[in-house]
Design a protein. Structure first.
Length: 244
């Protein structure tokens, strides 16, 4: 896992303070480190203070696949099926993860105004953890429509609208479901989105973090103005051998 350093105190300020404080400046001020595996903590004898703490981050490093430059492998702007394919090579040790990974994402327009997204990832030299997800937000209705929100639970065994009772939850939906169901359609807009995946789960997220996002026509998007359906492996599979 990658490491994140939490800076608790500026070493520069510590040393400067020691110099200013007359008699204390005659004493030696230093920094001492303790290490155990991926953990590291640094101290100073000035006030017996923790200077920094470095520990593994459960999400990996701060720079994910969505924050790097991908190469354009193929690009067809026009034609029967316009498409673009992006490729990325993640080196061994990238963001703290073992093994090099070759990844690609293909977007293709098909007849009938259908857009498909195909994501692939392949470890190259050793076993590693890969869980790709598409985080595109889909508007729940046409952007100028208001819709009444009622309370609901996480149970969708019986068909119900997403926003019918969303306020029953602390902050909306952000949960992984095991996929097994039939297609549905938004009643107001008639929009349909089909998902095809070889992954067992779908992360359902209702844009809980949206706040004052400006859209077309001067519309300002707020929480729950869109939803995400992210096909992926079940969360935390490395610690659950029974997961598919």
């Amino acid at each position: 896992m990658a490491k994140i350093c939490f800076l608790l105190l500026s070493l520069f300020m510590i040393v400067a303070s020691a110099i200013i404080n007359g008699s204390e400046a005659k004493e030696k001020v230093g920094v001492y480190e303790l290490k155990k595996g991926d953990l590291s903590v640094k101290f100073t004898n000035w006030g017996a203070t923790i200077v920094s703490l470095i520990l593994p981050d459960k999400y990996g490093g701060p720079v994910g696949f969505s924050d790097v430059v991908w190469k354009v492998k193929e690009y067809k702007k026009y034609g029967y099926a316009p498409s673009i394919v992006f490729a990325y090579h993640s080196y061994d040790g990238d963001e703290g993860f073992p093994g090099a990974v070759k990844a690609s994402v293909a977007y293709t327009f098909h007849p009938g105004n259908t857009l498909t997204v195909e994501m692939k990832a392949k470890p190259l030299n050793k076993a590693t953890t890969v869980n790709l997800a598409q985080h595109t937000r889909q508007p729940t209705h046409s952007h100028w429509r208001n819709h009444h929100r009622k309370r609901i639970s996480y149970d969708f065994l019986k068909p119900r609208t997403v926003g019918s009772q969303i306020n029953k939850l602390a902050n909306g939906y952000d949960i992984n479901y095991a996929m097994d169901g039939v297609p549905g359609k938004l009643k107001k807009s008639g929009r349909v989105m089909e998902l095809f995946s070889d992954q067992p789960g779908v992360q359902f997220y209702t844009a809980n973090g949206l706040k004052d996002e400006k859209g077309k026509g001067g519309y300002v998007y707020q929480p729950h103005a869109a939803l995400c359906l992210e096909t992926q492996a079940f969360p935390d599979p490395v610690n659950h051998p029974n997961f598919p």
